[in-house]
Design a binder for this molecule. Structure first.
Ligand code: MLT
Length: 407
């Protein structure tokens, strides 16, 4: 008899964004004439930057010619892209990351999901609440939790992000082995200061823990006093792994390219307490289970680092930031307490009712899709998240409709 991984039975029936998509599709079928504006999942709407498209085209042409054709690439990514990343995203800012510490992948979602498998099943995990659901669900699948009761899994140390702590979780009183952090935060849009990140780095040193730092939204930070990378904190390279993505800066959600930085100094421990470089484990995992990102996609991503690419990415992210500003300003004018929306594409809004009820109201009365906060965890109850990823015209229209619905 083939038995299933029983941990899957502990999960909610479907993934949050699939659940929302199903509800929206159901509503659309019943209301075929209703134009729906999607400000739910953080999926970009603007085309790839022209610099990326040009590189993409030439790389496809190379694949059409035997003299320049490429088969399997290096599992950890081509050196041309890894070098550009190390140089432009880290070395330029004085952060000592070398190209062989950068692993190219097809998404931060996949990497933040997969990374946990290189650690023991018995470790304790600290996960913020609210949180990108992937961090929780993948640990449930791996058997690190008990069952879910009252929207919480036994075995997870929930790091609460609330209005009181400015949506940056406090350091827990107990030691936790693996800590997930995401700044600019999904879903709240909050950003930790350098001082706050330093406390986490110190905690990780003290408790021999490791921080998984999801920086997928760093490209929206305009305030240079805010950290864009955990490696801006001294000593973070011994205790942290950072995840980044081309999805939100260059619009690669459908093209798929991201990267994970695993410094060679970063360590975990074997059962005898000996320090083991995590880099070697991740390299082993990726070379066994992953065949790399396609050559044309990596060439397209490389173009992000040309001078035109940089300017075009800046324009793209400015565009979404302008949307975020509008959402923030409108929702605040309507009397809602909001966070995010500055240095972040997400606005986190404290509603006046249950978050799914708020979601249904906006869908049915305004034809606007948001994300119910409770989908991100217990602390998200009563909140909704509105994403800035759409056209400015649609955001304007959505805000006008929300105003009509709520006033
Ligand atoms: C979100 O809406 O939270 C993100 O788009 C999800 C993702 O990047 O996978």
């Amino acid at each position: 008899m083939i038995s299933i991984n029983e941990n899957y039975n502990k999960l909610k029936a479907s993934y949050l964004f699939s659940d929302i998509a199903a509800r929206v599709s159901d509503y659309s079928k019943k209301n075929p004439d209703r134009e729906i504006i999607k400000l739910g999942i953080g999926d970009v709407t603007r085309a790839l930057p022209p610099a990326c498209i040009d590189s993409f085209h030439s790389a496809v042409d190379e694949m059409a010619d035997e003299s320049s054709f490429r088969g399997y690439g290096p599992e950890q990514g081509y050196a041309f892209l890894r070098e550009k990343i190390a140089e432009n995203d880290f070395c330029k800012y004085g952060l000592p990351i070398t190209h062989d510490e950068v692993f190219i992948s097809d998404g931060a979602k996949c990497d933040t999901s997969n990374i946990q498998e290189i650690f023991s099943r018995d470790i304790t995990i600290g996960i913020p609440d609210p949180v990108y659901p992937v961090y929780v669900d993948t640990n449930v699948m791996a058997g690190r939790t008990g069952t879910s009761r009252n929207s919480r899994y036994d075995g997870i140390v929930y790091l609460e992000s609330t209005r009181e702590n400015g949506f940056v979780p406090d350091i827990p009183p107990e030691p936790v082995d693996l800590i997930y952090l995401c700044f600019p935060n999904n879903p709240t849009g909050a950003i930790a200061t350098k001082e706050q990140l330093k406390q986490w780095v110190d905690y990780a040193h003290k408790n021999r823990s490791l921080i998984l730092f999801d920086a997928a939204y760093e490209c929206f930070i305009r305030d240079r006093s805010l950290p864009r990378s955990i490696f801006e904190i001294e000593g973070a390279d011994e205790v942290s792994i950072e995840f980044r993505s081309f999805s939100k800066n260059a619009g690669f959600t459908g093209t798929r390219c991201a990267f994970t930085v695993v410094p060679k100094k970063c360590r975990a421990f074997d059962k005898n307490g000996n320090s083991v470089p995590v880099h070697q484990l991740w390299l082993r995992r990726q070379s066994t289970k992953f065949n790399g990102v396609s050559y044309p996609v990596q060439r397209a991503a490389e173009a992000v680092y040309t001078s035109e690419g940089k300017r075009q990415v800046r324009d793209l992210t400015d565009y979404y930031l302008k949307n975020a500003e509008l959402i923030l300003q409108k929702m605040a004018t309507l009397g809602f307490l909001c966070t995010g929306g500055k240095n972040s594409p997400y606005v986190w809004i404290k509603g006046d009712r249950d978050s799914w009820e708020f979601f249904d109201l906006l869908l049915e009365k305004a034809g606007v899709v948001c994300t119910p906060g409770s989908g991100f965890g217990k602390c998200g109850e009563q909140y909704i998240r509105i994403s800035a990823f759409n056209t400015y015209e649609n955001v304007q229209k959505a805000m006008a409709r929300i105003e009509d619905t709520l006033k």
